[in-house]
Design a protein around this ligand. Sequence first.
Ligand code: BLA
Length: 247
Amino acid sequence: MFDPFLEQLQASIKARGGEAVVVPEDLEKCISKKGNSIIRSWLWKLPGFRRWRITRLDAGNSLQVLNSVAYPTFTKDQPLMGIDLLWFGVSNKLVAVLDFQPLIQDEAYLQRYFEGLKNLQRRFPALSSQEKMRSFDPNQYFSPWLLFCRGGIELAKDTLPVAFSAFLNCYWELDELSKGMPSKIPADQVRQFQFAYDLYHLKRDPAHGLFTSYFGKEWSDRFLREFLFPADSVNESPIKYKPHQTK
Ligand code: BLA
């Protein structure tokens, strides 16, 4: 279901100088105990980004997922880019979230970085359905203009492909724009905000139960702490998780 988006995302990262970073073999790919689901992940490093991760879960008709987060380098205070697309085939239900995830909810910051996403929200009202969040606080690390919807197959087939391309282009444009705008938040604080983002998601991500049911608790704990939200890794390989490191 989401393979064309995955290809588009990887191609656009490569086109901007993306270099693949090795993901430990057991986290890069895992097949469920029943053998009918597979999760695969990719990690990229590219100019302006210290880490860009992508995960695709293929559980056949039960569930299809594409999830991705881009972490800019600490010298850039622009929002992270977040994608979470889920398709539940049995119930024909799409959950789609596309957002520029702000480090802070400050008015001037939002004005600086969100013109493009505001326009997209106006352009795709079907994806701006003011859905209620159950696990997350919409005022923390989500923008007021996120594209977020729960819908059916028409939305997934007709609107989402156009919106996905527009969203991705819009983030690349923001990245381009930010090159001419010096960062206002000092690098050390950007680093702290990005780590706080990871820790926040580590605690609340609704995927944990889902991963556990497919891949077991041990693998899922490791995948969340070491790959999805490795909060305390700094410049070196973000894969290494050191639970008791103090800053
Ligand atoms: C919701 N995301 C969900 C749900 C699941 C996942 C199972 C609940 C579905 C529902 O609400 O009906 C799944 N999340 C995943 C998976 C991964 C993951 C498989 O991280 C990892 C591979 N989530 C993100 C990012 C954003 C995001 C980057 O990981 C932002 C763009 C948003 N996901 C997001 C939101 C919800 C959600 C806003 C609804 C949560 C809520 O209702 O509070």
